[in-house]
Design a protein around this ligand. Sequence first.
Ligand SMILES: *[C@@H]1O[C@H](CO)[C@@H](O)[C@H](O)[C@H]1NC(C)=O
Ligand SMILES: *[C@@H]1O[C@H](CO)[C@@H](O)[C@H](O)[C@H]1NC(C)=O
Ligand SMILES: *[C@@H]1O[C@H](CO)[C@@H](O)[C@H](O)[C@H]1NC(C)=O
Ligand SMILES: *[C@@H]1O[C@H](CO)[C@@H](O)[C@H](O)[C@H]1NC(C)=O
Ligand SMILES: *[C@@H]1O[C@H](CO)[C@@H](O)[C@H](O)[C@H]1NC(C)=O
Ligand SMILES: *[C@@H]1O[C@H](CO)[C@@H](O)[C@H](O)[C@H]1NC(C)=O
Length: 244
Amino acid sequence: MFLSSLIALVLAAASVSGQGEPIVYNSAHNVTVITGTWSSGSQHVIPGAGFANPAQEAFTYPNTTGVGYSFSESDGWYEIARYRFASNASEPNCIIGTVLWAHGHFELVSNGSIILYPIGDGYQQVQAPCAANSDFIQNYNDTELFLSWQMFEDPTYGPKLHLFQFDGSPVAPLFRVSSEPNMLPKQMLRNVTAEVATVTSDGLITTETLTSKKRKRSGAAELRRPMGLIAGLVALVMLFVTLL
Ligand SMILES: *[C@@H]1O[C@H](CO)[C@@H](O)[C@H](O)[C@H]1NC(C)=O
Ligand SMILES: *[C@@H]1O[C@H](CO)[C@@H](O)[C@H](O)[C@H]1NC(C)=O
Ligand SMILES: *[C@@H]1O[C@H](CO)[C@@H](O)[C@H](O)[C@H]1NC(C)=O
Ligand SMILES: *[C@@H]1O[C@H](CO)[C@@H](O)[C@H](O)[C@H]1NC(C)=O
Ligand SMILES: *[C@@H]1O[C@H](CO)[C@@H](O)[C@H](O)[C@H]1NC(C)=O
Ligand SMILES: *[C@@H]1O[C@H](CO)[C@@H](O)[C@H](O)[C@H]1NC(C)=O
C-alpha cells in the first residue's frame, strides 16, 4: 500500500511538470469524492464556525497548527483554514504566526489543477514579534492554484487528499474528517472596506483592518503559540516516515 502510494505520489509529482494536457480523472482521484472536510496532521484545524468568526474578525485558535479545507462539489464552494508558525532563517527567534480564513468558489480544471477564487471577505492575523507593527489583521483575497491533486486510501486513516501547490510542492497530506463540508454560510460575511495603512516609525507600511487597529488600543487578543509547534514537527516526522 505504501509502495503504491509512493509510486502514485511520484507520478503525481511527475505529471506536475507536464504542461497543460487535459488529464483523465483516474482511480487516484476517485478513492472518494473531494466533497467533504479535510485536515492535516492531528486534524484540529477545521474550517467552519469552530475556527473563524468573520463578523468579529476573530479566530478560535486550534490546539495544534495545520491546514483544513472543505469542498462542496455540487455548488463549487470551498472554505480554508490555516494556522501556521514559521521561523525566519536569518532571525530564528522571530517566529511569524499566521492564522487565515477564506471561502469562495473553486474550479476543478480539466488539466487536473484546482483553482480557489475567494470572494473577498477572507482575513488573516499576522504576528511577527520582531516587526514594528507586530500583531494585526488584514484582508486576504488571493487566488490560489494547486497544480494537481491525488487521493489515496490509507489503510489506517481512510481517504487522504494530496494537493500540490503552484510550485509543485506538496501540502501536508489531508485526512478526511467528514464527508460533509464543514463551512460557514456561503456569502460575504464581513465588511472589508475598512482597511487602513499603518506606517510605523521606521517607515514600514502594513495594511490592516480598522477593527484590528481599534482593537489594539483596547488590547489585542494575543496569538498563542500552541503545543502544536511540537505536534507539527512530530506530524512532519511522521509524514517523512510515511514517505519512506
Ligand atoms: C491548468 O490551467 C490553469 C489555467 O486555467 C493554469 O493556471 C495551470 O497552470 C494549469 N495546470 C497545469 C498542470 O498545467
Ligand atoms: C473517476 O471519476 C470521474 C468523475 O466522476 C469519472 O469520469 C471517471 O470515469 C472515474 N474514473 C475511474 C477510473 O473510476
Ligand atoms: C484544546 O484542548 C483543550 C483541552 O483538551 C480543550 O478543552 C479545548 O476545547 C481545545 N480547544 C480547541 C479549540 O479545540
Ligand atoms: C527575516 O528577517 C530579515 C531581517 O529582519 C527580514 O529582512 C526578512 O524580510 C525576514 N523574512 C521574512 C520572511 O519575514
Ligand atoms: C477579490 O479578488 C477578486 C479576484 O481577484 C476580485 O474580483 C474581487 O474584487 C476582490 N474582492 C475584494 C473585496 O477585494
Ligand atoms: C462598511 O464599513 C464602511 C467604513 O466603516 C462603512 O462606510 C460602510 O457603510 C460599511 N458597509 C456596510 C455594508 O456595513
